[in-house]
Design a protein around this ligand. Structure first.
Ligand SMILES: Nc1ncnc2c1ncn2[C@@H]1O[C@H](COP(=O)(O)OP(=O)(O)OP(=O)(O)O)[C@@H](O)[C@H]1O
Length: 273
């Protein structure tokens, strides 16, 4: 397997390394219901963090606020040492590029090739005309995308239509696309909820391997056992608050059970962003 260029933070695997992401006091209210109640989250290079919690506890909202898909009402976000508040235009886009998101619904263009889908990760740094009509990606982007595909073990499927791949393979393509974005932080929202156990194991172990290369990775999981097996740190959310934040080796079954014990609050009326 060809090695990707080492990540700038590569090799540092301890909490002593500078954080790649810091969220402080994130708050979000939908209708009259506060779904993030002042959440703090720090992600370091080299760690895979599993985010656990019952339905509706705020896990997706937390990731969506961090990646910029949802506007938080309050709180500060620092990405790669740069505070996001007050940034605009190119500076904001550049900082946002550092964080890639992988979803449960994989969002590949099924009729385009696997390679094209991975190249799409580079759109944010291509000239506008390429972004509008990304029919032919530049050779260097295609080479980088091949390297990212190789990293997830799918180089031999580069020219297949993405829609022909299995769910687990498609999720690995989505991860390759995040790598092609050159993000240093990868957030994954239920990346394995639609996968069978073997494919789920493969994807989470891949996320763990990326962390080992120096990425900061956080994955929302509805499979606590996978989190305990692969993650370095477990974060647990209950009703918009982080109630558990501990090395996975220090987490016991009753800690996990407590996250799922409280009855889920009724959903708020739907609001856009
Ligand atoms: N766009 C929205 N409009 C209104 N309420 C929302 C919106 N998005 C999320 N919510 C509410 O915010 C709360 C937290 O939702 P969120 O999706 O973050 O939870 P979660 O922990 O990811 O749940 P799940 O495990 O089911 O995905 C829920 O009550 C949800 O109904």
């Amino acid at each position: 397997m060809a090695a990707l260029a080492p990540h700038p933070q590569g090799g540092e695997t301890t909490a002593d390394a500078k954080p790649l992401l810091q969220a402080r006091g994130l708050r979000k209210t939908y209708a009259d219901r506060e779904v993030l109640c002042g959440v703090d989250l720090t992600l370091h290079p080299g760690e895979l963090v599993a985010v656990l919690g019952a339905n509706g506890s705020g896990k997706s909202t937390l990731l969506r606020c961090i990646v910029g898909l949802t506007d938080q009402d309050d709180g500060d976000l620092t990405i790669g040492g740069t505070e996001v508040a007050g940034l605009g235009g190119k500076a904001l886009a550049g900082v946002r590029q550092e964080v890639a998101m992988v979803f449960q619904q994989i969002h590949l263009v099924g009729r385009r090739t696997v390679l094209d889908n991975v190249c799409a990760g580079a759109l944010g740094r291509l000239p506008l005309r390429r972004s509008i009509a990304p029919v032919l990606f530049p050779r260097e982007v295609r080479a980088e995308a091949m390297s990212c595909l190789d990293r997830v073990g799918l180089a031999d499927r580069a020219n297949d239509r993405a829609g022909r791949l299995s769910g687990g393979q498609q999720q690995r393509v989505a991860i390759a696309r995040a790598l092609c974005q050159r993000a240093s932080v990868v957030l994954a929202d239920e990346p394995v909820s639609a996968l069978d156990p073997a494919a789920a194991d493969h994807v989470v172990s891949l996320l763990r391997d990326l962390a080992r290369e120096g990425y900061a990775v956080a994955a929302v999981l509805h499979q606590p056992d996978l989190g305990l097996r692969y993650a370095d740190r477990i974060i647990g959310m209950v009703d918009g608050r982080i109630t558990l934040d501990r090395p996975a080796t220090d987490v016991v079954r009753t800690d996990v059970d407590a996250l799922y014990a409280a009855p889920a609050a009724a959903p708020a009326a739907e609001v856009t962003a």
